[in-house]
Write a protein that binds this ligand. Structure first.
Ligand code: AMP
Length: 501
């Protein structure tokens, strides 16, 4: 039997006239989506895409963009989505590292990307949020049907970059088996069927919106209300048509802040799922009080797809991420020795299973460092398991900041601040923020007392994606350090914990 991701997830469904995607102004049936995918796949091959070649994409969410993902996989390529917030300078690194055969960007970014694409010998195409651009024009020159290019279960289907604390981003290699098996597990665990309509307001450059949500709904032959971004107003308009939603915690706090969000407004829904960052126990409780439904919190990461989940039936416990999913082996181990710890003790989550990625793109040492010899992947997330088996994430070992569900690595921001004239040194931390989960805060030691916060912010604006830019720049005379000279970030976080309270 084929283990192809396309065959498992996107292969034509029994009722091809059924609506797969609803957008603000149209409905796309499964048959139309397949036809679109086939045109794009044929076009990619005509542009020289060979099996295993990367297609790197930075574009606004649209039906065509989603079809480009399915088409890349069908054509035997490796899909490489990039956060739309990345600047051309950041793209330079990703493209140079991944060496894609085809690069797709917005027409606004095309001029800046042209020399980079030329340097790596890639074909550059454009795709805008309204689906205009050279990609759609070229695809319309082609016609299906297009037969999926055979691929093995260990062949790559996607590479997703997850920044590293050492500054350099790492490309997580995900194979057909990883993605297909995880969708299959979630289908059963969360009881998704063709009767489901998912309210999809997540970005599709990240594992949450692209794989967890989209692969799953495509696989079961359900429908998605496929919208460019989250807004509580728009969510409430569509909710009577939806059965389920997947969101980052911010979605839920914003819904709770909206006066139109009531038990009645959510009465057509059967399931709300949260992940990508910790859901406050308080949010969980408020939500249940208002709607009578408990948000189902799950945990995963780019490298591992979904790993744990609260139960579908049974107690969905606030502040926990539930149990290991079927087929996922989880152990909580001592950070230094790697020895598995008994329940109740805090350690690093390590995991093994079909869900776990193959390694980091062209980084054999980083890959080797991240796995034990027995195949367990060292996630870097600190957690504890209680006597009932529920796992709670207690923090991250390397001070990763998650703002609005997106990862910000302090080291990268610190490096840029330190380069600003008048700066001696800096520490970037995350502090609690009701809306974003965490806010990026920079604590800076000045050489030049004339340096102001606005000057630091202005210097970063052109270099860093908006979500990585500090929400506050504070000045201090000296950073707190331990006897080994290491900056004590926990202490800094404590000092500034109420900044956005
Ligand atoms: P990403 O690779 O962008 O999906 O980020 C993965 C990281 O997000 C994980 O390593 C965790 O630190 C964090 N994360 C994901 N889900 C949760 C959750 N439910 N609770 C706490 N942290 C989470």
């Amino acid at each position: 039997m084929s283990n192809h991701l396309y065959d498992g997830v996107f292969a034509p469904h029994a009722d091809s006239t059924k609506t797969f995607l609803y957008t603000a102004d149209r409905e796309i049936s499964f048959a139309e989506f397949t036809a679109l995918t086939d045109r794009i796949a044929a076009m990619l091959v005509a542009q020289g895409l060979a099996p295993g070649d990367r297609v790197a994409v930075q574009a606004d969410k649209s039906v065509l963009l989603f079809a480009l993902y399915a088409a890349t996989v069908k054509a035997g390529g490796v899909y490489l989505p990039l956060n739309t917030g990345y600047t051309p300078a950041e793209l330079d690194y990703f493209l140079g590292d991944a060496k894609p055969r085809i690069v797709v960007t917005s027409s606004a970014a095309a001029e800046a990307i042209t020399p980079i694409a030329a340097r790596i010998g890639a074909v550059l195409m454009t795709l805008d949020g309204d689906e205009s651009g050279s990609l759609s024009k070229a695809a319309m020159q082609h016609e299906g049907p297009f037969t999926a290019v055979p691929r093995g279960s260990e062949d790559l289907a996607a590479i997703l970059y997850t920044s590293g604390t050492t500054g350099r981003s790492k490309g997580a290699k995900l194979c057909h088996r990883n993605l297909r098996s995880n969708a299959e597990v979630l289908r059963k665990y969360w009881r998704f069927t063709a009767d489901d309509t998912l309210l999809h307001m997540l970005p599709i450059y990240h594992t949450h919106g692209l794989f967890v949500a989209s692969n799953l709904l495509a696989m079961v032959g359900g429908s998605m209300i496929f919208l460019p971004k989250f807004s509580a107003d728009v969510a409430l308009e569509w909710m009577p048509k939806a059965t389920s939603m997947m969101g980052v915690p911010t979605f839920y706090t914003r819904l709770l802040d909206h006066e139109g969000f009531t038990a009645k407004a959510s009465s057509h829904m059967r399931l709300f799922i949260s992940g990508s960052a910790p859901l406050l126990a308080e949010t969980h409780r408020q939500f249940e009080e208002l709607t009578g439904m408990a948000i189902l919190e799950r945990y995963g990461m780019t490298e591992t797809n979904m790993s744990t989940s609260n139960p579908f039936e049974g107690d969905r416990r606030a502040g926990t991420v539930g149990f290991a999913l079927p087929g996922v082996e989880i152990r909580i181990a001592d950070a230094k020795t790697g020895t598995p710890l008994p329940d109740g003790e805090i350690g690093i989550i390590e995991q093994r299973g079909d869900n776990v990625f193959l390694g980091y793109w062209e980084m054999p040492e980083k890959t080797a460092e991240s796995f034990h010899e027995d195949g367990f992947f060292i996630t870097g997330d600190m957690a504890v398991r209680d006597a009932d088996g529920y796992i709670s994430i207690v923090g991250r070992d390397k001070d990763l900041i998650i703002s609005g569900g997106l990862n910000v690595y302090p080291k990268e921001v610190e490096g840029m601040i330190d380069d600003i004239e008048g700066v001696l040194e800096s520490a970037v931390i995350g502090v609690p923020h009701r809306d974003f989960g965490e806010a990026v805060v920079a604590v800076v030691v000045r050489e030049d007392k004339g340096l102001e916060a606005a000057m630091v912010e202005a210097a970063l604006a052109g270099q860093l994606a908006k979500f990585k830019q500090p929400k506050a720049v504070l000045f201090t005379d000296a950073l707190p350090r331990n006897s080994m000279g290491k900056v004590q970030k926990a202490e800094l976080r404590k000092t500034h914990t109420d900044l956005f309270a």
